[in-house]
Structure formats: C-alpha cells, structure tokens
Design a protein around this ligand. Structure first.
Ligand SMILES: Nc1nc2c(ncn2[C@@H]2O[C@H](COP(=O)(O)OP(=O)(O)OP(=O)(O)O)[C@@H](O)[C@H]2O)c(=O)[nH]1
Ligand SMILES: [Mg+2]
Length: 608
C-alpha cells in the first residue's frame, strides 16, 4: 500500500477528484457535503491495475482549516497537488506548497482539475513554475475533469508509476502511528485511525499513547476496511484498542512502541528553510507552533545562531534525530490570510519554516558559555546526526537512551549498558591512573584506592564503569577489591622482592593462613616493608602484621559464596582453612569491600 495526501486551494476539486477516482466519499460529515467544503480529513482508497492499493488522505483547502491540512500531510510521503484549470495559482496553493516544502516531501503529481471549464495550459505552466522551486521539483502533470471523466485513466497510470517508484519502508522500523481520528464502536470500544509510515503493528501488541505514555493493547486491526493480523507501513490503519477510553485519545497523540522513541520536551533543530532572512539571523518569533505527523504543540523558541534553534515544547513529542518538523508562526499566517488583494497570490509563504531534529534530548544550557559551545558543536553535525555525534555531547549515556533517539551506529557498551564517547573514556582512564598513583603516594599504608572512592572522584554514575576503566588502563590493577598500581614482586625495591616471594610461596599451600610474626622476622620483613609491598600490589595487607597474597580477597569471596548463607566466623574459618588471627581481619576487609555484609548477630553473607 501507498498513502498519498491531496493539497491545493479551497474549491479546486480535491474531493471531487477522489470521488471520481475511487468511488468513495471523502467528505465524511453531513455538514461538509451540505456546504460543499471539506473541513476535516477524509479517507478513500483504490486498487491499481497491479493489484496494489493506494490510500488517499483528503485535506481541506480553506485557510481556516490549515491545521487539519497539516495533520493530513504530515505523516504522508507523497501528494496529489491540485490546481483548478479555471482557478490558477491561489493563496492556499502557495501555503500548501510551503508546508510540503518545509516537510521535505519530494514525490507527487500535479493534477489540473476542472479542465472541462478552462484550458488547463495556463494553470499548468503557472503551477509548475512555483512547484519547481520546492522539494517536489519537476512534477508529472495530468489534466482531468471529475465531471466528464477526461484524464482519469491517464491519472491512474501516472499514480501506478508514482507508486512503483516509491520506496517500501523498513517493516522492522520503530513504530509510531499518528492518530488522526478516534471514535468508539458499540461492542468493540475505542478505535483510532492513522497513518503508519513504517514498521509493523500486530494484533496483541502493547503500545504507549503519547504524551501520557498510557499502555494500550491492540485488540484488532483493520486496513482499508479489512481485518488484518498485522500491517506494515506505509499504511492507513484503524486500531481497536484495549486500555483506553475514547475520551482519552485524540488527534495529535501517537501510538508508539516502548523504548523506540525519545519523548522530547526540548529539541535542538537546524532550520532548513531557504526562505529565511539569512542563515545567521533567523526570523523566528519567540512562540511558534511545531507540527509533526498529525501532531502540533506550541513551543518557545531560543535562537542559538548559525541556523540553529532550541525549542521548549508545551507537550512532549515522540521524536528521532534527522526528522523533519514544520514550524508555523500562527501570527504571520493570520496576517497573510488577510484580505484578498493585499498580497499577490503566489508570493512565497512567510511564517512557515522547515527544520531537522538534531537532538531530541539536549543538555540544559545553564552554565556560562554553554550556548556558544552548543552552537559550535551542533553546527558541525551532519544531517541526520549519528550516534557518535550525540555521544560526544552526552559523554556517557545508557544505551537505551541513545537507541531511543533513532541515531544509527550505536557503539558497544564500555560496561553493562553504558556507552561512552571514546575521547571521554580515554580521559577518564588517564585520570584513574593519576588517582591511583596519588593515592599510593599520600597513603602508602593503605591497600589501594577503593573502587567507590574512585567512582566518587571521577563522578561516575556506576561503579561498574570504574571496574571497566581499570580493566582497560594499562597501569592500574584491581586487587582484592581495591585499585593499585600494576606491580607484583618484580617492581618491588631490590631486597624486598625475594623476601616477599618467599612469603607468597608459603601462602600457596595455605592461602588464608597469614605467616606468623616469627616467620616475618626470619625473612627480615618489618611493618614498613609490608606496607610498601602492599602498595606495589604484591601483598594484601589486612593489619600491620597480617598479610596474604594479593588475590586472597577474591579467592575467599568465591569460597564463601558457596557456603550456606549467612555463615558464622567459625564456618568461614573452617571453609578457608584459616586461623582466627587471619579470618577476622580478612572478613572485616571483605566487609569494607562490600563483598560481605555483617549481620547484627555477627554472622555474614555475601552481598548479591
Ligand atoms: N465542472 C467541474 N466541476 C468540478 C470538477 N471538480 C470539482 N468540481 C466542482 O468544484 C466544486 C469544488 O469541488 P470540491 O471537490 O469540493 O473541492 P475541494 O478542493 O475538495 O474543496 P475543499 O475541500 O473545500 O478545499 C464542487 O462544486 C465540484 O462539483 C471538475 O472537474 N469539473
Ligand atoms: Mg474537499
């Protein structure tokens, strides 16, 4: 299926054209049919000779209903641009074209309607001259009459060619359906309709309704009047929903699959519209309406410069990087729609701007100079920005958060689900190395720098990041739960190395039985020597006189974790083949490392 929206000035024959083409009535309301005027969106569809379906969204041409028009065109990739042979280019021809251009829609046909009433050539030339300068470029043109049927066959052929040339979106793409209608059916409950631009929706899916993120379940799906178990975009779909009242869902909300979209409150954008006064000096008002898909919300504008702006949205919108949004200045639009003759038809439409989402979750600009830095940074971003660009700005972020921006090229996590900008990560690694060295210098008698102290000093949100940094930093080792310089006996001052090596040899047979003071004396090791050896990471020092091999803490933790939890000191002593003299400071060491937890009854357990 493909979905195409109409566009064009009021009364130029958009609805009559769809009626003639599809045999369906796009004007759904009695009032619309009475007045011969489309007010709200209409829907109709046809089958092409190839068997493929074409769904149409019919929009109103009257200036008063332009927000409905924008909701219809917003989610749709192609347009039937309608100009009446006897009407020519008119103000809403220009306004609709400006909207299409701002949205970046590049596919469509120019249809010259009412060609039984006037020679279509004049209107064709006039329209093509305007359209050529927009994102639509050079359009194929067909002249038709909805009354005589002339040109309808040629139009069907042109539609078939247009459909054949349209790309098929990825059925695995993130799901976001812009709701354009909601109603209730007795017996089935709430039904919403909308355009699904890409991705797949299936019966039984759980989706969220924005902006409240209320979960709903898809009970049934219809597409073009038929039940379906699952539908892939592009498609017009009607969803029967469980979990929401008719009154709680309305046009402009979206149904999204959880985790796939960023609910944007603030957005950094690049203004892409060529009609702006100048790149440096965008003529955006302080308050503007943002349109995307069938949604719109008021927003405050902060111009950053260099064609960049930050918007603060009143209602958050589900966005991805690289998406086109339309910015509309309601004030300028009113001015422009003023009395006929005050402004030549066909002049370009002020008050409408196209923009591309660069960052749907930008950092606050609180510190001095933050705005200037942001401009320099954003100005260099490609369109669409990649994961690496967003990561450079965030430095460190959970992968789910970055995935929800829709950016391509997510790197492997550095630890757990954390992603890090590579420059930030190597800076952190060198700072960790410095911290470990400084700590050893200022506190030589300590066994090493505790992981949590390093985490605090580096202001990291997760201790697993410290462990990952230690693992990637050449000069840092994790021993017995603390960070030390990577050492071992070979780095020890001469004389000390061989004595420590003898000590470690003793410990091989009974790793949790610390050598007696007599043995230490025999090897010529005093308190100070033991402290130095511990600082080099060659020993684990539990007290002045009680030392074990550097990996004793980890080994003890493994053995203790196999005991029935919690365990007593004496059970630990037996399991470790240790002595009271060693096991008590060893367990206290494990408590400090937060590997074990001491309970009020003096028993312990391994922390989860
Ligand atoms: N003679 C003739 N009249 C037409 C043709 N197409 C439309 N009309 C008439 O033009 C008038 C407007 O047609 P609509 O289809 O309602 O126009 P529209 O573009 O949908 O108007 P809005 O939805 O209000 O913007 C109606 O009276 C139609 O009968 C045509 O090809 N030939
Ligand atoms: Mg109409």
């Amino acid at each position: 299926m493909h979905v195409i929206a109409t566009a064009g000035h009021v009364d130029h024959g958009k609805s009559a054209l769809l009626r003639a083409l599809t045999g369906m009535e796009p004007d759904r309301w009695a009032l619309e049919r009475q007045r011969g005027l489309t007010i709200d969106l209409g829907y109709a569809w046809m089958r092409l000779p190839s068997g493929e379906s074409l769904a149409f969204v019919d929009v109103p041409g009257h200036a008063r209903f332009v927000t409905n028009m924008l909701a219809g065109v917003g989610p749709v990739p192609a347009v039937l641009f309608v100009v009446a042979a006897d009407g020519g280019w008119m103000p809403q021809s220009a306004e609709h074209l400006a909207a299409i251009d701002a949205l970046g829609i590049s596919r469509g046909l120019l249809v010259i309607t009412r060609s039984d009433l006037a020679d279509p050539r004049g209107a064709t030339a006039q329209a093509l001259a305007h359209i050529r300068r927009s994102s639509l470029g050079d359009l194929r043109t067909v002249a038709v009459s909805a009354v005589t049927g002339a040109g309808l066959q040629e139009l069907t052929n042109a539609l078939a060619e247009l459909a054949a040339a349209m790309p098929s979106p990825d059925p695995g793409a993130p799901v976001r359906i812009w709701v354009d209608r909601a109603f209730s059916i007795t017996g089935s409950g709430t039904v919403v309709t909308g355009t699904l631009p890409a991705g797949t929706v299936s019966r039984g899916d759980e989706l969220l309704i924005t902006p409240e993120m209320r979960p709903v379940r898809v009970r049934g799906i219809q597409s073009l009047g038929r039940n379906a178990a699952s539908v892939s975009g592009v498609a017009r779909i009607a969803l029967n929903l469980r979990g929401v009242d008719r009154a709680d869902v309305a046009r402009g909300m979206a149904l999204i699959r959880p985790g796939q979209w960023t609910m944007a409150r603030h957005v950094d954008l690049r203004i892409t519209d060529g009609r702006t006064a100048s790149e440096e000096n965008i003529d955006l008002p302080g308050e503007i309406t943002v349109h995307i898909g069938a949604a719109r919300t008021p927003a405050r504008v902060r111009i950053l410069g260099s064609g960049l702006a930050r918007l603060s949205l009143r209602d958050p919108l589900p966005l991805h990087v690289g998406e086109r949004v339309l910015l509309r200045d309601p004030g300028a639009a009113r001015e422009q729609a003023m009395p006929a003759g005050s402004r030549a038809p066909g002049s370009s439409w002020r008050g409408l701007f196209g923009a591309v989402v660069l960052d749907p979750n930008p950092p606050p600009l609180t510190r001095r100079g933050a705005a200037a830095r942001s401009i320099t940074e954003l100005a260099s971003w490609p369109d669409p920005p990649a994961a690496a660009d967003l990561l450079r700005r965030r430095k460190l972020v959970r992968s789910a958060e970055l995935r929800a921006t829709g950016a391509d090229g997510l790197p492997e996590p550095v630890a757990a689900d954390w992603l890090a900008d590579s420059q930030t990560w190597s800076q952190l690694a060198s700072r960790l190395a410095e911290l470990v060295t400084d700590h050893a210098r200022t506190d030589p008698l300590a066994p090493g720098l505790p992981v949590d102290a390093a985490r605090d000093a580096l202001r990291l949100p997760d201790r697993r990041l410290v462990l990952a940094l230690a693992a990637t930093t050449e000069s840092v080792a994790l021993k017995g739960g603390v960070l030390t310089g990577k050492g071992g006996t070979s780095d020890l001052p001469a004389g000390l190395a061989s004595a420590v090596a003898s000590l470690l040899a003793d410990l091989q047979a009974r790793p949790f039985d610390a050598p007696e003071s007599e043995r230490l004396r025999e090897l010529g090791l005093d308190k100070r020597d033991l402290a130095v050896a511990a600082r080099y990471g060659a020993l684990l020092r539990l007290t002045d006189q009680v030392v074990l091999a550097p990996d004793a803490g980890d080994r003890a933790a493994r053995i203790l974790s196999e005991l029935e939890q919690p365990f007593t000191t004496s059970q630990a002593r037996v399991a470790l083949a240790s002595t009271r003299r060693t096991v008590i400071p060893l367990l206290e060491h494990l408590d400090r490392q937060r590997i074990t937890q001491r309970l009020p009854d003096d028993r312990r357990r391994i922390r989860p």
